[in-house]
Design a protein around this ligand. Structure first.
Ligand SMILES: Nc1nc2c(ncn2[C@@H]2O[C@H](COP(=O)(O)OP(=O)(O)OP(=O)(O)O)[C@@H](O)[C@H]2O)c(=O)[nH]1
Length: 719
């Protein structure tokens, strides 16, 4: 055995290592392995090592190694699926189209529950049991449909008692009027309800009352009229709000007329009294100077005056009537003017046969007017009388009386319509959906009964939850996720319109930055919240949730107006008239950035590019700083502090009131202020013969501050 040169290379351990790694060498530079887990084939013991547990990373690395994948390269290979921000609570245009097509396909599955057939032999409990079974079947069917086809259904009425009310209303009514909101009639219309009405009795009839038609322009009404005529649907446009307004005006008119009539009567009475007096005087004069005609001459002007006064009064009376006449003609002329101008064009084109085309045009206007006109209450009443079929049923105690059922979603305006028909407020109206709870029977005339059914949500398809919020089906105040619904509002109304209505400027991302030109829900909400000063408590960030509630309520109440078009029509074009900017009042633009208003002035004055950021106190930063640190503005931008400190900072309350325990009282229990106390000490010292600086120093708390860190002997405990 050769003698080892060094001690290090000797020993059993060294021999084992040598035996194991025989023939293997250290990797040289540039001979790096692909992965840290990568092993050379090496000794068989390494390959056969049992692996029962692996962490995620180990598993990933070993898999990558097994697959021979160069995963580092994969990491950099990022695929951009969409460079646009997409709200997960909204549908893309393609997806929406697809969903709407699916809705069309499954429309016939949207049924209303049927009341099971019953006759004289059916007992009450039996009928109730049958009703429950059939109702449960119906609910199961809809649930299965929604689940199987992944369709979103409206939160339809699930309380059997409400449906029982509807069944009764349908059974009683000869004409069932379905009231829908003009802004989206098809969403609120249940076709199956119409089928059910005729199933109960083929003699019963249906009518679609498109309420809130004041939201629609003549052109929009015309488009809907074409659609409904094509589909063979009986319909009429109505506006309970306009009807109410008209009724109120008429009432005010009547009151004024009565007042004027009273005044006139008084005036006439006074006039006749004075006439009698004059006549008496004349007679006396005549007696005194016989043959003198002067009396008659003096009488004439008085009579003339009297007659002119009464003439004035009469003309005034007529004058009070005028506005109403004007109102009506204004309404009509507004509607007709467009059509007339269109007709004029037609006339010019058809010059040879002018008389014929002229009459044709007038006929056309009349026909159109009939189709698109918003009926007033009287006209609606007449239409109801015309549409209600006469169903003879001798067993019915109300036989011979027209019975009309009013059904519809909550908040579509059933109560308002009934009130308009009644001409007074008999049914309470509210902006909160679901006010009417039980069906009411109202005797409109001795020959007509109205049955007001509680508002109920029929099963209908919706594209998103946001869509349902916008249609007023989901309550706004209980909303947690609001970006979907506000996103829809921002999509449906042009940005310029939103800006004009609210007097705000909505900053949107440019197209290069992935923006679409349309504001996202967040952009809209932030602009609104900042402009209105809605901030989150404690943080000072814009309160988007509060802003959303305001915006959505404005949308549901029609301040932000969007009307869904009939199928096949383009929404933007359909709403073009509503979106004309000159319709909106010019409003002062509210600040929609939290940069103080003076900051922009500063920027302009110093001609600094607002976004330049040199870090040396120029540009936006400097502007904000200069405004923020201005003493008079400080309190406005300081973080909000509540409690005593806030009062102290803002100087709202004196310290003595904030910290009453620091107050001092004199011997009589009266209040002694710190100033008075200081003065008292100084006076006392002076009395003791100590004066000047020392008195000031001892009396002044500030001069004691220097010793505050030195432990003072209290005096107690001395010996
Ligand atoms: N612009 C407009 N608003 C209307 C019209 N009719 C009703 N409204 C408003 O719509 C809201 C609901 O009206 P209601 O008459 O209470 O509705 P409803 O269908 O009886 O509601 P429920 O009692 O919940 O079933 C109220 O804020 C009304 O002012 C209309 O013709 N035009």
């Amino acid at each position: 055995m050769a003698i080892p040169k060094s001690k290090k290379n000797v020993g059993l351990g060294q021999a084992i290592i040598k035996a194991r790694f025989k023939g293997r060498s250290r990797p040289k530079d540039g001979d790096e392995r692909l992965h840290s887990t990568e092993m050379e084939d090496g000794g068989s013991w390494t390959r056969l090592q049992s692996v029962t547990q692996e962490g995620d990373l180990e598993s990933f690395l070993s898999t990558a190694e097994l697959a021979g994948t160069e995963f580092t390269a994969e990491k950099l290979n990022i695929k951009v699926i969409s460079n646009q921000y997409e709200n997960p609570f909204m549908l893309s245009a393609d997806k929406e189209k697809e969903t709407l097509e699916k809705h069309q396909e499954f429309k016939s599955h949207l049924t209303v529950p049927r009341r099971p057939h019953w006759d004289e032999t059916t007992t009450g409990p039996e009928l109730q049991r049958m009703e429950r079974t059939s109702f449960l079947d119906w609910r199961r069917g809809l649930a299965t449909l929604a689940e199987r086809e992944t369709l979103l259904l409206t939160p339809f009425e699930r309380n059997i008692e409400v449906w029982r009310q509807l069944w009764r209303v349908i059974e009683r009514s000869h004409l069932v009027v379905q009231i829908v909101d003009a802004r989206n009639p098809l969403f609120f219309r249940s076709t199956d309800l119409e089928t059910y009405v005729t199933e109960v009795d083929p003699r019963k009839k249906n009518l679609l009352l498109i309420n809130k038609a004041d939201y629609l322009t003549v052109k929009q009404r015309k488009r809907w009229a074409d659609y409904f005529d094509n589909e063979g649907i009986r319909y009429t446009f109505f506006s309970a709000a306009l009807a109410k307004e008209k009724q109120e005006k008429e009432q005010a008119q009547r009151e004024k007329m009565e007042e004027l009539a009273l005044q006139l009567a008084e005036l006439k009475a006074r006039q006749s009294d004075s006439d009698e007096e004059e006549e008496e005087e004349e007679e006396e004069e005549e007696e005194e100077a016989t043959g003198n005609d002067k009396g008659a001459e003096t009488k004439e002007p008085a009579a003339a005056e009297a007659s002119s006064t009464s003439a004035n009064k009469e003309s005034k009376e007529q004058g009070t009537q005028e506005p109403e006449v004007e109102e009506e003609s204004e309404e009509e002329s507004e509607e007709e003017s467009e059509e007339e101008s269109e007709d004029d064009d037609d006339d010019d084109e058809e010059k040879p046969n002018k008389t014929h085309s002229h009459w044709k045009a007038i006929k056309e206007v009349e026909k159109d007017d009939e189709r698109t006109r918003i009926r007033d209450t009287k006209e609606l009443y007449e239409l109801l009388v015309k549409e209600t079929p006469i169903i003879d049923d001798p067993r019915n105690p109300l036989n011979g009386i027209m019975s009309i059922g009013l059904v519809g979603y909550p908040n579509v305006g059933k109560s308002s319509t009934i009130n308009a028909l009644l001409g007074e407020h008999a049914v309470s109206v509210s902006a909160t959906p679901g006010k009417t709870k039980h069906f009411q029977t109202i005797h409109l005339t001795p020959k007509m009964i109205l049955c007001d059914c509680p508002g109920l949500v029929f099963p209908s398809f919706a594209t998103t939850q946001g869509d349902m919020v916008c249609n007023g089906v989901l309550p706004i105040d209980q909303l947690r996720e609001f970006t979907g619904s506000v996103g829809l509002v921002a999509q449906r109304l042009p940005r310029e319109v939103l800006e004009a209505i609210y007097g705000i400027k909505i900053a949107v991302l440019s197209e290069e930055e992935g923006g679409t030109g349309m504001p996202t829900a967040e952009e809209f909400l932030i602009a609104y919240a900042v402009a209105r000063g809605f901030t989150k408590a404690g943080q000072g960030n814009p309160d988007e949730s509060r802003a959303a509630r305001y915006i959505l309520k404005d949308y549901v109440n029609g301040k932000l107006l969007y009307c869904a078009p009939p199928p096949g029509d383009e929404a933007l074009e359909f709403n073009a008239e509503h979106n004309q900017l000159d319709r909106f009042k010019k409003r002062k633009q509210l600040p929609t950035s939290r940069l103080p208003a003076t900051a922009s002035t500063y920027i302009n004055m110093n001609s600094v590019t607002p976004l330049s950021h040199t870090g040396s106190g120029t540009g936006k930063t400097a502007a904000v700083d200069s405004t923020f640190f201005k003493p008079e503005r400080r309190t406005a931008y300081l973080p909000k502090v509540t409690g005593k400190m806030a009062l102290d900072i803002t100087g709202g309350m004196p310290r003595v009131q904030l910290f009453p325990h620091q107050q001092r009282t004199d011997n009589q229990g009266g209040y002694v202020s710190r100033k008075m106390r200081k003065q008292g000490i100084q006076d006392g010292l002076l009395d003791m013969g100590i004066e000047g600086g020392i008195a000031g120093a001892l009396g002044n708390k500030k001069h004691k501050k220097g010793k505050k860190n030195i432990k003072q002997r209290s005096g107690g405990g001395l010996f």
